[in-house]
Design a binder for this molecule. Structure first.
Ligand code: UTP
Length: 308
């Protein structure tokens, strides 16, 4: 492996169109949709900071100004809260502004996740970096990113996060062909297949929205043609790196994650996430759970599992 370079920067792509959440996302980025009272993307930035990455580059697009405002000071609001003596809300408003050193770059056109990551090239330079998808949340109690960075430090190359799903769900995701490494939670990635048919899936380990990339990914992305849906796919570039020698920044490892993950870009999971977070909030849970139990009892048998 070449000289050791630490992972210090996080890239958070948040420039997608969010079509699954229209019309809510017509003028609001889906990453700003609240999980109770905090936008999903703040959890994602908190996760990066917890893993030691306080330099955060956000890839934004149209309608993304609210993201920038959220991570900035809000003087009028702060003054008003201060005048009222509302210290608790004042602290909440300031928290997101003081969280990390935020940088922004705009992805002119949403040409895919791979293209969004490519937009980080100038800021990142020749260092390994983490990518955290802005609509994918990992429970703060379950460690993932720190472990991925550790694997990068030990083995070089790039690292993806994997989660096991029931075989019949594999075809909705990017799926990995894996080879054991002798380490319980680390595998070598030998192939990546986007949305495979159930009987063609190489495993039931799917890729979730956390990556640690070798800077060699930028050269690969530059040459990666649009793939599925006419978009430049990050998984296509990672597959190229999986087949590239280690001396050239190649090699892709997978970290098996067995904790809690919330895909807030998906309506059903978004609703589940809000309910779960509300049920765990000290200030809300007693009243909310009482209501929820009654609601469920009253609606017993209503709805089916289809149509999510
Ligand atoms: P998604 O696959 O969820 O796409 O992107 P999307 O366009 O945002 O949402 P839908 O499918 O239309 O509802 C995964 C992540 O990559 C970012 C998104 O913002 C999201 O965080 N992304 C995607 C970009 O930053 N740029 C792109 O061109 C595409």
């Amino acid at each position: 492996m070449a000289d050791y370079v630490p992972v210090l920067k996080a890239v958070v792509p948040a420039a997608g169109l969010g079509t699954r959440f229209l019309p809510a996302t017509k003028a609001t980025p889906k990453e700003m949709l609240p999980i109770v009272d905090k936008p999903a993307i703040q959890y994602v930035v908190e996760e990066a900071v917890d893993a030691g990455l306080s330099d955060v580059l956000m890839i934004t697009g149209r309608n993304k100004r609210s993201i920038e405002d959220h991570f900035d000071r809000a003087y009028e609001l702060e003054e008003a809260l201060s005048a009222k003596g509302d210290a608790e809300r004042l602290a909440a408003v300031r928290e997101s502004a003081d969280l990390a050193i935020m940088h922004y770059v705009r992805q002119g056109e949403p040409r895919g996740l791979g293209h969004a990551v490519y937009c980080a090239r100038q800021h990142v330079g020749e260092e390994p970096f983490a990518v955290l998808l802005g609509d994918d949340m990992i429970d703060a109690r379950d460690e993932l990113l720190k472990r991925m960075i550790q694997v990068r430090d030990e083995r070089g190359g790039s690292v993806v996060a994997l989660m096991e799903v029931p075989p019949d769900q594999v075809s909705a995701y990017g799926c990995a062909a894996i080879e054991e490494t002798g380490q319980d939670d680390v595998v070598r990635i030998t192939d990546l297949v986007e949305k495979p048919a159930v009987d063609e899936a190489p495993s039931n380990w799917i890729i979730i929205g956390r990556y640690v990339c070798d800077p060699a990914i930028f050269e690969v992305l530059e040459k990666t043609p649009p793939g599925r849906g006419g978009e430049i796919q990050l998984t296509d570039a990672l597959l190229t790196l999986a087949n590239t020698p280690a001396e050239q920044g190649g090699g892709v490892w997978g970290v098996k994650f067995r904790g809690r993950r919330y895909d807030t870009g998906n309506k059903l999971e978004y609703l589940r996430t809000v309910v779960q977070f509300a049920s765990e909030r000290e200030d809300l849970s007693a009243e909310f759970m009482t209501w929820l139990r009654e609601f469920v009892a009253d609606h017993d048998g209503v709805g089916t599992t289809e149509g999510a």
